[in-house]
Ligand binder design. Structure first.
Ligand code: FMN
Length: 351
């Protein structure tokens, strides 16, 4: 393999290629994570949407499916973050992924146990803070990325972060092919992380009725909205998002209350724990009171589309890149063709 594709990220994560599959709630199941790892990429299991005391069983499931190392992605300010950290350490998981509200104490505990710390950031100042707190690799996600996302385009954010931190940077937001991987390397990144592209693989658990919506969407159909939970989120436009536009603050608040209680039922979090999490988020993200409540919406609405197969009243988090994706290959076929294209591109550039 071309030496340019063997970066510090491959070494730190013990992955064949500098390609990461990100921890997407409800989507990055043990099956998808294991398939991504077996393909030579590095997968993150999404733990944010699993009750904390069940995360260890999900980790064991990944271990049963693959012998490759993998990571676990979770929210450090959510109830049960310490339970998840302990499971990661006990099971010798290779890497921990996290984003908002990094906890210095939890990071130190993970690092002391030899876990590779891989936060995701959407701004240069957050990447600098993450590196100071001990990140071993920083994923930087540009505004075209799926789910909660910043405003700076990937093409501007990546080199700015590479200049600002000394740890390896992984570029996220808008990647789906080998040429994108080479472009990220040219920006100084040492790998790419992909969400939407892995959501649209054979091993993704998302029902076809929902993936069909992604495959049919054009780049213009993928919008960035704060209507769902108060924070900017990139989603495929659908009937649900369109209906929110006509809803007043009272109706949205009612929706938020209903979803907060459903979230409580699924994750087992107590009302005080949910409130603590909401308040921590409010502090960290400077949310208003109404937005704090609305924040409970996102996971439940996403579950509706990703698990229950309802892309009409559910939410479809997506990168703009879905407008460029037309197929659902296996993880193995995807990674193989990306690496082949990256090698061809590097060769052509060298010539
Ligand atoms: C369906 C979906 C769910 C996501 N859920 C999470 C999540 O639970 N935690 C998280 O840190 N990021 C989440 N993200 C963001 C991705 O991990 C990743 O950073 C992003 O998709 C990268 O951009 P791309 O989609 O252009 O590849 C999600 C993204 C999608 C598309």
């Amino acid at each position: 393999m071309t030496r340019a594709l063997k970066t510090r990220v491959c070494e730190l994560l013990d992955a064949s290629y500098p390609i990461l599959q990100t921890g997407m709630g409800w989507v990055a199941t043990p099956e998808l994570t294991a398939a991504a790892c077996d393909a030579g990429a590095f997968g993150f299991l999404a733990a944010a949407t699993i009750p904390p005391e069940e995360v260890e069983a999900a980790i064991l499931r990944v271990k049963a499916l693959t012998e490759r190392p993998f990571g676990v992605n979770f929210l450090m300010d959510a109830p049960g973050a310490d339970v998840i950290s302990e499971a990661i350490i006990r099971q010798g998981v290779k890497a921990a992924g996290y984003n908002r509200a990094p906890s210095a104490e939890l990071i130190q505990r993970l690092k002391d146990a030899g876990v590779v710390c891989v936060p995701t950031c959407g701004a240069v100042k957050h990447a600098v803070k993450a590196a100071k707190l001990g990140a071993d690799i920083v994923i930087v996600q540009g505004g075209e990325g799926g789910g909660h996302t910043g405003n700076t385009p990937t093409s501007l954010l990546v080199s700015a972060c590479v200049d600002a931190v000394s740890v390896p940077v992984v570029a996220a937001g808008g990647f789906h092919d080998g040429r994108g991987l080479v472009a990220a390397l040219a920006f100084g990144a040492e790998g790419i992380a992909m969400g939407t592209r892995f959501l649209l693989t054979r091993e993704s658990p998302v029902p076809e009725i929902t993936t069909d919506r992604y495959l049919a969407a054009s780049v213009d159909d993928v919008i960035r909205t704060t209507q769902i939970d108060g924070m900017p989120q990139r989603v495929v436009m659908n009937e649900f998002v369109r209906s929110l536009e006509g809803k007043g603050p009272g109706a949205r608040l009612w929706l938020a209350f209903r979803n907060a209680f459903e979230l409580r039922r699924i994750t087992g979090a107590s009302v005080p724990a949910l409130l603590r999490s909401g308040l921590a988020m409010r502090k960290n993200e400077r949310l208003t009171r109404a937005q704090t409540l609305l924040a409970a919406n996102a996971p439940i609405l996403t579950k509706r589309a990703m698990v229950d197969g309802d892309p009409v009243t559910g939410c479809l988090p997506s990168g703009s890149v879905t407008g460029m994706i037309e197929d659902r290959p296996t993880c193995d076929a995807l990674v193989r063709r990306m690496v082949e294209e990256a090698e061809r591109t590097l060769k052509a550039l060298g010539a």
